[in-house]
Design a binder for this molecule. Structure first.
Ligand code: ADP
Length: 397
């Protein structure tokens, strides 16, 4: 059986999935696993497609000290205990910079180019590249494909791609890239199947998870996003501030004596739902907590989704459909209901019963546009791209 390994490497964990290749372009999920606690309490856990545990093993900290070592252990387990040797590995890579508008077959030159984008995503890009380098060195003949969170947004026009800053900085790469692109691309494909007449229209997708952003699509292509140069922008998130006046950053640096790394840590890890509530970054915790600070954080999240929906509807000059996805968007009946209420000025109307049972279409017949829940699957998107790229030349601007 041919398989594809999908890898999503972060700072202290590597998540991976194995897909079987079924027929020309069909894919079936076989396994889902991760190595987490890297550097302090490494643990390998893998389950099969039905969620049944296949392994749960801990390792001494010194044997898995970095992400590449974590991937090596997972690879060894797949090869030696499951007899899985994939025909290719697909990687989630956060930043494709201005160059890559689609997935790319990896070689040493590509890795060098991607390493240059590390300064644009210092918290993610080096970790994404670590297992790529390790596989390139240990298995030089293994095809590897990089799939980017930014690529889907390369269809943005110049107005959406620029900040109002001098052009030399734009040329240096200070642009509004947008992220969560693999999720949006997956949803755009699903929408084309579920509602072909809508998929050519003006659609807003709200990806509401720990990380959260929204994307405006016209004709299935991204034309605007709430995230820009980094994944800090736009909506408030679990621990990220979302949109904030750059003057606040200057104030923290100049008046509060914080260093650049202090501010970075603060904006990525201490703000958002966690900072505002002082309770938790997790929406489930906030929904079940009677503390008024939890309610404020939830209301703020919904308010900002509403504001950003207005902005994206203006970018699209209208709205033909709205889609919820990711952890909160797929699961929280209450958040969806409150967001739709915020969109009522645009003509949105919920069918509460459909919302309650997480139906695919949750709008009522009286709604001016349909509202959908479409579960996202970034790993399946990576597997599809990897399979398609095996026979293709890299797609570049
Ligand atoms: P990530 O960005 O890490 O992939 P997810 O898409 O898994 O995040 O989303 C995680 C978020 O989804 C958390 O805030 C979690 O509380 C929220 N979530 C998951 N299930 C529910 C639920 N049933 N009700 C409310 N929120 C939920």
């Amino acid at each position: 059986m041919d398989t594809i390994l999908v890898v999503n490497a972060g700072s202290s964990s590597v998540k991976f999935q194995v897909f079987s290749v079924e027929g020309a372009s069909g894919l079936g999920r076989q396994m889902k696993g991760q190595v987490d606690g890297i550097g302090h309490q490494p643990r390998l856990r893998v389950s099969d497609a039905r969620g049944v545990s296949l392994v749960d093993r801990t390792y001494p900290a010194e044997t898995i000290s970095d992400v590449a070592a974590g991937m090596n252990i997972a690879g060894e387990w797949l090869r030696e205990e499951q007899a899985i040797s994939p025909i290719a590995v697909g990687h989630r890579v956060v930043h494709g910079g201005p160059d890559y508008s689609g997935p790319v077959l990896i070689d040493h030159d590509v890795v060098t180019r991607l390493a240059q984008f590390a300064s644009l995503a210092p918290l993610h890009q080096p970790h994404n590249l670590a297992p790529i380098r390790s596989i390139l060195n240990n298995f030089p003949n293994m095809p590897q494909v990089a799939c980017f969170d930014t690529a889907f947004h390369r269809t943005h026009g110049p107005l959406a791609d620029h900040y109002a800053i001098p052009d030399d900085l734009y040329k240096l790469g200070i642009r509004r890239y947008g992220f969560h692109g693999l999720s949006y691309e997956y949803i755009a494909n699903r929408l084309a199947e579920a509602a072909p007449e809508i998929s050519h229209g003006r659609v807003i997708i709200a990806h509401l998870g720990n990380g959260a952003s929204m994307c405006a699509l016209r004709d299935g292509l991204s034309c605007e996003s709430t995230m820009g140069f980094t994944a800090l922008d736009g909506l408030p998130m679990g621990t990220r501030s979302g949109q904030i006046d750059p003057g606040v950053v200057l104030y923290l640096l100049n008046e509060r004596g914080m260093s650049g790394p202090d501010v970075q840590k603060f904006l990525y890890n201490e703000c958002g739902l966690k900072g505002l509530s002082g309770i938790s970054s997790d929406m489930r915790d906030l929904e079940s907590n009677p503390d008024p600070r939890a309610a404020l954080a939830i209301e703020y999240f919904i308010y900002r989704i509403g504001l950003n929906a207005g902005m994206l509807a203006a970018a699209l000059q209208g709205l033909d459909a709205f889609v919820f996805t990711a952890g909160i968007g797929e699961n929280s009946v209450r958040i969806r209901s409150k967001v739709v209420e915020r969109l009522s000025w645009l003509g949105a109307k919920l069918d509460p019963e459909r919302n309650e049972r997480h139906a695919q279409c949750i709008s009522s017949a009286a709604s001016r546009f349909p509202i959908y829940i479409i579960p996202t699957d970034e790993e399946a998107m990576i597997a599809q791209h990897t399979l398609a790229t095996l026979g293709n030349t890299p797609e570049m601007n």
